[in-house]
Design a protein around this ligand. Structure first.
Ligand SMILES: Nc1nc2c(c(=O)[nH]1)N[C@@H](CNc1ccc(C(=O)N[C@@H](CCC(=O)N[C@@H](CCC(=O)N[C@@H](CCC(=O)O)C(=O)O)C(=O)O)C(=O)O)cc1)CN2
Ligand code: MET
Ligand SMILES: [Zn+2]
Length: 722
């Protein structure tokens, strides 16, 4: 369905960042891209894959590539040269802000949200799919170009700012289809035998009108005279009601996710090819080949042809487990990354390969745990905290991380390679904590943080310090653009064997008379951004992490930390895609969060932080977390979320972000005052906090210093007024 593209050693990341720094030319960047594509196709062919995808490469994001393919480029980006326009849409520049970025379904991958208006002119710019097809053909390989389908493209786009009320990008379906039809004709003329159209949006709850649109769209494409054969690819869940709509069209093949879905109802696809996604593209356990064969056998009775595949693109897993020589061998042999998964697909198709069975213990659910609850209700705690902490109105704080400098990353790399000993490592981190504390005191912040300099990543760091997780050396997975994470692998029961964050928090607190906020990543987020177990319900894994965090909260309190933040930026991301599954998830997710935090005494203030989340939709869940203070991302959207009735009903501490940390721009005082003035209309002054949108780790010190100075100044101006 698709393959990682960042490079086995993150070659694309390095090339992109060098290009953005002006250190290499566009031609050199293209050379890296070409080489990565070539290596990928050759490797896939060598592994025995007979149907190779193309056009799955991207310099930043496939959604953005599709907007370019259709020439749906907002005017403000048009004055730039094409590659620069592309990166301006992706990252912004001095004169123009980027397109918004958001989560791709329930993954940790982020896409750019195109803008479609009633007047957007669609025009085919087929260069990329055509040239990638030709590149592979020059290597002697015929590929299947992969395109984002028209439904998913429009359903994930946003209405351009000047659109009339009620306009939806999907209203432009007919016009977009004209361009897709031209594209299919163009690919046909190139000799392309098959085209894959990705439609993951069809596995979500869809209205009748949307299902009708899907049926109409694919009927129309299928009825074209000159076209390659069409593979409509669904993934991340079951097609449900969309199955009938698609079955009624003339597409030759349909890909179905048989890891998250079943074969139920697939008889509807009789006469078509079923591309059977039996190897998970989302998790890293070896496939149970025996039960996959049973599934494939069942399908043979339903379809004219069965093709073996992964459940979705392999973009979401690392390249190769063989290079992870430091993993415990007993664990490594149970794992499959992209290369191993392709080998599994080939083994299933050819009927070869060992009959590897993942025999894991069956989990017996424990008795329901008692309700996790703080000792007193919020109002009582708020009073105890106000008396104890004596914070000024509109307290100023940050979200946790300070800039991750090259020196810090080098320090971590030196420690890992044994070039410096533990003592020297700790000395360097102490110096960084001192610098961060001093800076915050100078700037006049009210609640300080230690800056997270010891953490490589907010999830990986905890995983490295808990039992039950393994971490990799090269297992990078793209999160957005050039940014990657190495998701930890949950493979056993999670246990905390020693305090994790306490020593650094205590050290930071010893340097200042102001309160230092302890900093933990929440149970849902730690699990969401890890590879999960498959022998244990998700809720149980999350609960185990919650128990470990609960112990950490108690130790932080004992060490004299009176404000503790437990971040849950992935709370919304892990929400099941279908509405019918959402209530149950929210219940156990919230329960786990409360288990992690409810050991705290009344006067300990619990903060939580959410970002990349549609806070308006999440306010009810946020309220249920029962945290004393919640900080959310809002600067980029000009705090519009606060206009929602759900926000007005929110009765706890709330810190809407006033500094967009995803941009190098420094907000001025007037701008922050304006945001705070707006916020103070819906949030009572006694509840309002002042903070950036998110952590500062991707920014530089000069930016952070200037921005925080303005934020503090704005808060002081506001204190006189509210
Ligand atoms: N897990 C996770 N998911 C998340 C987020 C997050 O913070 N964590 N934030 C949101 C947005 N996603 C993001 C994802 C990644 C990064 C990010 O900055 N990633 C860094 C890597 C972070 C990391 O793990 N760094 C390690 C390893 C650094 C490294 O590259 N080391 C070199 C060697 C360095 C040297 O020799 O100097 C190497 O291994 O090759 C460290 O600092 O220790 C990057 O791609 O550049 C930011 C946001 C949502 N999802
Ligand atoms: C993606 S949310 C980040 C929260 C974390 N405490 C930080 O500041 O980096
Ligand atoms: Zn955040």
């Amino acid at each position: 369905m698709g393959y990682p593209r960042i490079g086995p050693r993150r070659e694309l990341k390095r090339a992109l960042e060098s290009y953005w720094d002006g250190a290499i030319t566009a031609e050199q960047l293209h050379d890296t891209g070409r080489e990565l594509r070539k290596q990928t196709w050759l490797r896939l062919a060598q592994l025995g894959l007979t149907q190779l995808p193309s056009n799955t490469f991207s310099y930043y994001d496939q959604m953005l590539d599709t907007a370019i393919l259709l020439d749906a480029i907002p005017d403000r980006y048009r004055k730039h040269h094409s590659l620069d326009a592309y990166f301006a849409m992706a990252r912004g520049n001095d004169s123009v802000a980027p397109l918004p970025m958001t989560k791709w379904f329930d993954t940790n991958y982020h896409y750019l949200v195109p803008e479609i208006g009633p007047d957007t002119v669609f025009r085919l710019r087929a260069d990329k799919p055509v040239s990638e097809f030709r590149e592979a053909r020059e290597l002697g390989l015929i590929t299947r170009p992969v395109l984002l389908g028209p439904l998913t493209f429009l359903l994930l786009s946003q209405a351009a700012p000047d659109s009339p009320d009620g306009f939806q990008p999907l209203d432009r379906l007919d016009d977009v289809l004209v361009t897709y039809a031209q594209l299919l004709a163009r690919l046909d003329a190139e000799g392309v035998p098959w085209v894959q159209l990705d439609e993951p949006a069809l596995v979500l709850d869809r209205t009748e009108a949307e299902l009708d649109a899907a049926k109409r769209a694919y009927q129309r494409l299928a009825n074209l005279g000159e076209r390659p054969r069409l593979l409509l690819a669904s993934y991340f869940g079951e097609l449900g009601d969309a199955l009938q709509a698609i079955a009624a069209t003339g597409v030759e093949a349909v890909a179905v996710d048989l890891v998250r879905g079943t074969t139920d109802g697939l008889e509807a696809l009789a006469g078509k090819t079923i591309v059977a996604g039996v190897v998970s593209g989302r998790e890293v356990w070896r496939t149970d080949l025996g039960s996959a064969r049973v599934t494939l056998e069942a399908l043979r009775a339903m379809a004219s042809e069965v093709v073996v595949s992964t459940s979705c693109s392999l973009l979401h897993v690392p390249y190769d487990v063989e290079v992870e020589t430091e993993l415990e061998p007993g664990l490594r042999e149970r794992l499959a990354f992209a290369e191993q998964k392709v080998a599994e697909v080939v083994a299933l198709a050819t009927g070869t390969g060992d009959k590897f069975q993942t025999e894991l213990p069956f989990w017996v659910p424990e008795k329901a745990s008692p309700k996790a609850q703080r000792r007193s209700p919020y109002a009582v705690r708020a009073k105890a905290q106000a008396e104890y902490l004596k914070l000024p109105p509109l307290p100023v704080t940050t979200i946790g991380s300070f800039p991750q400098t090259d020196e810090l990353r080098a320090t971590r790399a030196d420690a890992a390679a044994g070039r410096i000993d533990e003592q020297e490592y700790e000395r360097r981190i102490e110096l960084e904590v001192q610098r961060v504390i001093r800076l915050q005191e100078e700037l006049g912040l009210d609640v300080l943080v230690h800056g997270e300099p010891e953490r490589n990543d907010m999830v990986q760091y905890f995983a490295e310090n808990l039992e039950g997780f393994a971490t990799t050396r090269f297992g990078w997975v793209q999160s957005y653009g050039s940014r990657c994470t190495r998701p930890p692998i949950m493979h056993g029961d999670v246990k905390r064997t020693r305090p994790i964050t306490v020593a650094w928090a205590r050290y930071a607190q010893s340097l200042t008379g102001k309160p230092v906020k302890g900093m933990l990543t929440g149970p849902v987020t730690i699990v969401a951004w890890s590879f999960k177990r498959h022998d244990l319900p998700l809720a149980e894994s999350v609960w185990q992490v919650a128990q470990a965090l609960r112990e950490e909260v108690t130790d932080l309190e004992t060490a004299g930390i009176h404000i503790i933040q437990v971040d849950e930026p992935a709370l919304r991301e892990m929400t099941p895609l279908r509405e019918r599954d959402q209530a149950e998830y929210l219940q156990w997710a919230v329960e786990a969060y409360r288990h992690a935090t409810s050991g705290a005494s009344d006067r300990t203030q619990i903060h939580t932080h959410l970002c990349y989340s549609d806070a308006a939709a999440a306010f009810a869940a946020i309220d249920a977390l029962d945290a004393d203070v919640t900080t959310i991302e809002s600067a980029r959207s000009h705090a519009r979320v606060l206009a929602e009735p759900t926000a007005a009903a929110f009765s706890r501490g709330l810190g809407p972000g006033v500094y967009d940390i995803h941009s190098p721009r420094v907000p001025d005082v007037a701008e922050v005052v304006e945001l705070l003035t707006y916020a103070s209309k819906s949030v009572p002054a006694a509840q309002l906090w002042v903070n950036p949108d998110c952590g500062l780790k991707t920014r530089t010190y000069p930016q952070v210093q200037a921005a925080l100075r303005n934020v503090v100044e704005a808060a002081r101006l506001m204190r006189g007024k509210v």
